[in-house]
Design a protein around this ligand. Structure first.
Ligand SMILES: Nc1nc2c(ncn2[C@@H]2O[C@H](COP(=O)(O)OP(=O)(O)O)[C@@H](O)[C@H]2O)c(=O)[nH]1
Ligand SMILES: [Mg+2]
Length: 243
């Protein structure tokens, strides 16, 4: 990354103007992508697991004991600075009711990241995780998933043990899960930062792959042009000799 930044400010050799300009276009594009990101995150999970509370905690640092059912899908935006990167987030809250399920699918279809949330004090919400994972994997190719067990503060009401979540994660090839509390705020920022870094890694790896295939495509074109240029020359030489 530092190499890319350095190259961007390198004074171009005037004899190589075309080549330098081509490089600087590609490098500035890379550099911008490495420092600025725009992501869409969706919160999924059954009614009452704490989706709206997690969003309010993350955006407004607030918590409301009173339960108000979310009657539609809505989003909130937040810009954060993480290490040397600026990240614009659009975070969608959803309703868990079955009757709105089709709406939910439309919203997570183009998500970069999805939190699948359950309530640590309600086993039935934990048993729904698999269904949400399947839905995300069916409707999104690129979304990074992080499982969140919410309401960690309700220690005495807990129905799901740490080991249960660990086993579930291992069985479903999930590298991480987090236990959080929207009420106390425990683990919320860390969970968002973790997902954001996963999305950045995914985006960078994809961009690099695309960039490599773009370069090899360019090289092929260059070779073809070079070859045809050489062969034209040969032909014209022959023609010269001939006539
Ligand atoms: N004790 C506790 N209650 C929570 C927590 N998160 C949410 N709640 C409560 O759980 C209920 C449902 O939360 P809500 O965010 O509306 O859930 P949603 O339907 O998934 O959006 C509300 O009464 C919240 O106050 C938490 O971390 N701890
Ligand atoms: Mg809600």
């Amino acid at each position: 990354m530092s190499k890319i930044k350095k190259s961007k400010n390198t004074k171009n050799n005037k004899n190589n103007d075309n080549e330098s300009n081509e490089n600087s276009i590609e490098i500035s594009h890379l550099s911008e992508n490495n420092n600025y990101y725009k992501f869409k995150i969706t919160l999924l999970g059954d009614v009452g697991v704490g989706k709206t509370s997690i969003l309010n905690r993350y955006i407004n640092s607030s918590f409301n004991e009173e339960y108000k059912s979310t009657i539609n899908v809505e989003f909130k935006v937040k810009t954060i600075l993480l290490e040397d990167m600026k990240i614009d987030l659009k975070i969608w809250d959803t309703v868990g009711q079955e009757k709105f399920h089709s709406i939910t699918k439309n919203y997570y279809r183009d998500s970069n990241g999805v939190f699948i949330i359950f309530d640590l004090t309600k086993k039935k919400t934990f048993l729904k995780l698999k269904k949400y994972i399947n839905d995300v994997q069916e409707y999104s190719n690129d979304a990074q998933i992080l499982i969140l067990g919410n309401k960690k503060d309700l220690i005495n009401e807990r129905e799901i043990k740490f080991d249960d979540i660990q086993n579930f994660s291992n069985n479903n090839n999930l590298i991480e899960f987090r236990e959080i509390s929207a009420k106390s705020g425990e683990g919320i920022n860390e969970a968002f930062n973790f997902l954001i870094k996963e999305m950045i890694n995914y985006k960078n790896n994809h961009f690099r792959e695309n960039s490599i295939s773009f370069n090899s495509y360019n090289n092929n074109i260059y070779n073809k042009i070079n070859l045809s240029f050489k062969s034209n020359k040969i032909i014209s030489k022959k023609e010269d000799k001939c006539c």
